[in-house]
Design a binder for this molecule. Structure first.
Ligand code: 2HA
Ligand code: ZN
Length: 271
């Protein structure tokens, strides 16, 4: 059996969470990630028959039975993952009953998965139904995206248009736009269901006055989506109070869509 601390997926989780912490996206215990792993790859590092603990998830995830995820822990700090992954991360498999998580590794101090596990597992199910390649759900609290939810109308069409118009790359990176949820209590099945519903159409969902959810095929892609929204939000917050001299028009956006052959939300443009 290979050493789990050498596993590329574990190293990637350590690197991405350290990076997110340093960007200020994950203060204290803020943020959470779940990353679906390949069973054969995990089998090189762990005995898949050795279940350390069984933890109820509080809801049924039928479509994910047998799937294995590496997940951040509840109450754990992104700041600490890189130096102590075994207490701050866990590897779980959704058991045959669909409502139990089997702990295969991690949370050595008795911890468990993020309180947002319902939002994550429901979002995985949604994304897999539209893209079988999806493996990552990532949640964090980036400053400017969060600030924008205080001052910008939280309407999907209006928010997406504003983000697209902040910089040329926006529509290229998220042509599908951003979904929006109103303020809701977090850590509940309700916000999980609402997020997952949005995830059928969007890879990005902004939670008003809370943060953002991203979905993608790997950690890099998902991080890149959130990073691009945050960059556009920075542009907006730096310039919202200033008279605009130069702007990206709807015609400019349509020209970008043509050049990059984007499958984009045409109904979000006024043409
Ligand atoms: O994990 O970010 O939404 C802490 C949170 C809850
Ligand atoms: Zn949060």
């Amino acid at each position: 059996m290979k050493n789990i601390f050498d596993a590329p997926f574990l190293k990637e989780m350590c690197a991405v969470t350290a990076n997110m912490y340093r960007l200020g996206w994950d203060e204290r215990n803020g943020g959470n990630i779940s990353y679906m792993l390949d069973e054969n790859e995990v089998g090189e590092y762990l005995d898949l028959a050795d279940v350390i603990r069984e933890i109820p998830t509080g809801f049924e995830a039928k479509e994910l039975i047998g799937k294995i995820f590496i997940v951040t822990g509840t109450g754990k700090y992104f700041k600490n993952i890189e130096n102590d992954p075994e207490n701050n991360l866990g590897i779980i498999r959704i058991a045959r009953d669909g409502v139990t998580a089997e702990l295969l590794w991690g949370w050595a101090d008795g911890g468990q998965f993020t309180s947002e596990l319902p939002a994550h597992l429901m979002s995985h199910t949604s994304r897999l139904s539209v893209n079988p390649e999806n493996r990552v759900i990532m949640h964090c609290h980036p400053d400017y995206t969060l600030a924008m939810t205080q001052v910008h109308e939280m309407d999907e069409r209006k928010l997406t248009r504003t983000l697209w118009k902040q910089m040329t790359e926006s529509i290229v990176v998220f042509p599908d736009g951003v979904g929006v949820l109103p303020w809701m209590v977090c850590g509940t099945n309700e916000i999980g269901e609402a997020t997952a519903e949005k995830m059928k159409r969007y890879r990005l969902v902004v939670w008003t006055l809370h943060g953002i959810y991203g979905a993608g095929k790997d950690l890099d892609e998902t991080f890149g989506l959130i990073e691009t929204v945050e960059k556009a939000a920075i542009q907006y917050m730096l310039t919202a109070n200033l008279p605009k001299v130069n702007i990206i028009t709807d015609e400019n956006l349509a020209a970008l869509a043509k050049r990059f052959e984007l499958d984009y939300r045409k109904d979000f443009l006024n043409l």
